[in-house]
Design a protein around this ligand. Structure first.
Ligand SMILES: NC(=O)c1ccc[n+]([C@@H]2O[C@H](COP(=O)([O-])OP(=O)(O)OC[C@H]3O[C@@H](n4cnc5c(N)ncnc54)[C@H](OP(=O)(O)O)[C@@H]3O)[C@@H](O)[C@H]2O)c1
Length: 212
């Protein structure tokens, strides 16, 4: 059976998603950055492959028909990594998905990525990277779900979200809820592109962003 390639599998959302996918018996392949991480995933019964978005990773796509992108350079590296990982790494993953006729690409983007100049000055270049990667995905032939979480927290997942940002309401969303939404996105038909804001809320994740 074709697999779901998870890029950024060793990240906080990535690990939560991989565990949920395994529990749901979905066929996944975790892309991680080194052999130690690979061994840890394999000890959990999750197939893993080593790949680096700044270098070689196209082999990770072999036998995969769906892709989850939840990698990120993080806040402790500079703008160079934002360009190389969040922007160019994502673009290369999208191009490879196009070349291989991937059926569904689920991108973890960021809330308000469409308005980088409204972000705090230190975040603007990151928002530009997210916006341009999202635009590349929407212009591609690959059916896409773009999830745009707000501020990530480590709270236990409530299993309930909001998909629009209303004035006066909070910006937070737990990483576990985001992981649950990736799983939900993969369960939906991938015929139309969707861009979905994600915040903690009251709507059960199941069906929270069904087409319709
Ligand atoms: N922080 C926020 O509030 C916020 C808000 C909205 C959206 N987001 C987005 O949410 C996503 C994931 O969040 P998270 O908390 O799970 O982040 P995280 O824990 O920092 O995970 C990021 C993952 O990306 C991997 N990575 C970094 N560089 C890579 C490269 N060159 N090649 C392959 N993989 C690479 C890391 O690998 P290692 O494990 O080896 O380091 C890590 O596993 C990111 O796309 C981020 O931009 C964050």
């Amino acid at each position: 059976m074709s697999k779901i390639l998870t890029i950024g599998a060793n990240g906080q959302i990535g690990r939560l998603f991989c565990q949920k996918a395994k529990d749901a018996e979905l066929p996944i392949r975790a892309m991680v950055r080194n052999d130690e991480q690979r061994a840890r995933f394999e000890a959990q019964g999750i197939e893993a492959v080593v790949g680096d978005l700044e270098g070689d990773f196209f082999h990770a796509f072999d036998g995969c028909d769906r892709v989850v992108f939840t990698a990120g350079s993080g806040g402790s590296t500079g703008g160079d990594k934002t360009l190389l990982v969040d922007l160019y790494g994502a673009i290369r993953a999208i191009s490879e998905s196009e070349a291989r006729d991937v059926d569904h690409f689920v991108m973890v983007s960021a809330l308000r990525a469409e308005q980088p100049l409204e972000a705090a000055p230190a975040m603007r270049h990151y928002m530009v990277a997210k916006l341009l990667a999202d635009q590349r995905l929407l212009e591609s032939d690959v059916p896409a779900t773009i999830l745009r979480p707000g501020r990530l927290t480590d709270e236990a997942g409530s299993g309930r979200v909001r998909t629009s940002l209303a004035a006066g309401e909070g910006f937070d969303v737990s990483r576990e809820n985001v992981a649950g939404c990736i799983l939900e996105a993969l369960r939906q038909p991938s015929t139309a592109n969707r861009v979905v804001d994600l915040l903690d809320g009251n709507t059960p994740i199941e069906g929270a962003f069904a087409e319709g």
